[in-house]
Every structure is written in C-alpha cells, then in structure tokens.
Design a protein around this ligand. Structure first.
Ligand code: GLN
Length: 305
C-alpha cells in the first residue's frame, strides 16, 4: 500500500467536496429517489488485505447494477464459457435499460452488464442454483466477511412495482428463446440482487477477488487468472453503458456502476476500490464517483494505461 494512502484518500475527498450533492438521484425507482444526495464515501482494499477509507465509507446504499459483476462471476465459476452462447461481450453505446438492440440482435444482448444481458445472466444463475434463495447475497457476504449484509426489501418492492421496462426486456428475451425460466422468477431474482444494501468498505472487499486474479477471500480459486482477466475486460468495455469510453478516458480501470450511485473499480494485482455518491450524471453513473476515481488514479498512477 502506498504509505500515504489514507492521506491520498482524504485529499481526494477534499478535492471532490464541492461536487457533493450534485447530479440527480435515480427517480424511476421511488425508493432510490428518496435517498439523501449529500453523501460521499471511498474505500480501497489492497490485495494484501489492508483497507483504507474516507467519508461515508460505512454507510449502506443500494448496490443496483454493481451486483451484475457478482452474478456474472458466479455463472462463470459455475459453468465457464457457457454464458457467452447467450450474451455478447461488446460495448453497447446505449442506455442500461435499452431494448433497441435486442430486436435486431435476435434476443442476444450486447453484454452482460446492460439490463438485458444481466437478466440472461440471472436466468442462467437461476438454472445453475434453482434451490438457492439469493446466491449473489451469499457471495457478497462471504467475500466481504460481513454476514449482516441484507436485501433492502423496500427497494426490491419499489423496483418490482415499477418494472415495466425490465419486464418487457425479459418477455422479449423469452420470445427469442433466450430466457429459460419463468419471467417473474427471473425478475424477482434480478431485483433482489440489485436491492442488496452494502457500504463502500463491504463492496471494495467483496470485489477484491478481481484484483487477486480470481482468488476468493478464503484463498480458494473462485475464477482462474484467465477468467478474471476476461471479467475485467468486459467491465472496462461495458461497465458504464454509453459512458464506457468516458470512464476509460478519465479513470482507465475496469469498473461497474450502479444507479444507487456506487462504482466498483479494479486495479489488477493492486486493489479494488469502491466510491459512492448518489447523484448521477446523464448516463446513470455517479457524478462524484467518476470525479473521485479520476482524482485518485491521477494521484496514484493507478490505471491500466
Ligand atoms: N444501472 C442500474 O443500476 C440499473 C439497475 C436497476 N435495478 C434496473 O434494472 O433498472
């Protein structure tokens, strides 16, 4: 760990302080619209297990699409490359909830991180683990070492009550034969994984296997080094929807955002980072989170480029 990492994180916090509260919280899920926008947190988990944080790093928030990283890791750990028969791995250049490409791609989503792809991954995971309640929740509890992490039932209910778009995507997928399980069962699993509430500190810890070439928190090999390389590549090209280019330009790391305002980023072989600020930019990515990672990577030289 850089000797002065704590100082660097505090400096980053100071540098982005004027942005606290800017952007707009997601409003298409009423429960998320009620979140206080005046938060900022950052946490870094080094591959040697040391962790440093600043700001509201222990405050829980809705992980939303960051959960798509964990569900993809679980299906790859489950049956390897099978998922790539059902989902492409190309940047979409489209909004996270876009339906447009699905029709002319005959039901094959562009990548596993836009909602269409994540629904196929959720379906695949449901087939692999039909008896589990919430495999993604079990996974983040184990990897973060925090057994108290839970699903925010109000967020899940709020999203399910406003799921017309995801429901349309799921039905369209099913019409092309690319959704095997019942639409409601898949939507339920998907919404529950998105509604997991975690802090920056927990998320940085839970995502650290991606910085450790696939090694889980207890030393098992969850993914091979090669599978981890490929996961990180898909995060770099598709983790930020139509702002993937902007994130690569400003930050230069694999990462995944969520509409709860969190971003998980990975510096392979060095650390995993989680930042959180609920205000989003027009692409649905945390405005202050993007700025903080820009500052952090500029100060540390942590970029894959
Ligand atoms: N980008 C996101 O975080 C979106 C996740 C959200 N649960 C949705 O499906 O709309």
């Amino acid at each position: 760990m850089p000797v002065d990492l704590q100082e660097i994180l505090d400096d980053v916090h100071e540098a982005v302080r004027p942005l606290i509260g800017s952007g707009s919280v997601a409003d298409y899920i009423p429960r998320l619209a009620a979140v206080n926008p005046d938060h900022f947190g950052i946490s870094v988990m080094m591959t040697d297990g040391t962790q440093c944080s600043s700001g509201d790093a222990d405050v829980e928030f809705s992980i939303q699409s960051i959960s798509k990283v964990f569900s993809l890791a679980l299906v790859i750990a489950g049956d390897g490359d099978e998922i790539w028969q059902r989902v492409d791995r190309e940047p979409s250049g489209a909004a996270f909830n876009s339906l447009a490409q699905l029709e002319y791609k005959r039901g094959i989503p562009r990548n596993p991180f836009m909602n269409a792809g994540a629904l196929v991954v959720a379906d695949h995971l449901l087939s692999l683990t039909p008896d589990a309640d919430d495999p993604v929740l079990d996974f983040v509890r184990t990897e973060s070492g925090n057994p108290d992490i839970s699903i925010d039932a109000l967020t899940a209910a709020s999203e399910l009550a406003h799921a017309d778009r995801n429901s349309s995507i799921a039905h369209l997928l099913r019409s092309f034969g690319n959704l095997i399980n019942d639409v409601d069962a898949v939507l339920d699993r998907y919404v529950r994984q998105c509604s997991i509430a975690m802090s920056c500190a927990d998320l940085a810890a839970a995502g650290a296997f991606l910085a450790r070439r696939g090694e889980s928190a207890d030393g098992r090999l969850l993914l091979s080094g090669n599978q981890t390389k490929r996961m990180n590549a898909v995060m770099l090209t598709s983790g930020f929807y139509d702002a993937a280019g902007e994130f690569a330009y400003r930050v230069g790391l694999p990462g995944k955002s969520g509409v709860g305002g969190g971003i998980l980023a990975v510096v392979p072989d060095v650390c995993s980072i989680c930042v959180w600020g609920p205000g989003l930019d027009s692409s649905g990515n945390s405005l202050i989170g993007m700025a903080a990672l820009d500052e952090l990577t500029s100060r540390t030289g942590w970029s894959i480029f």
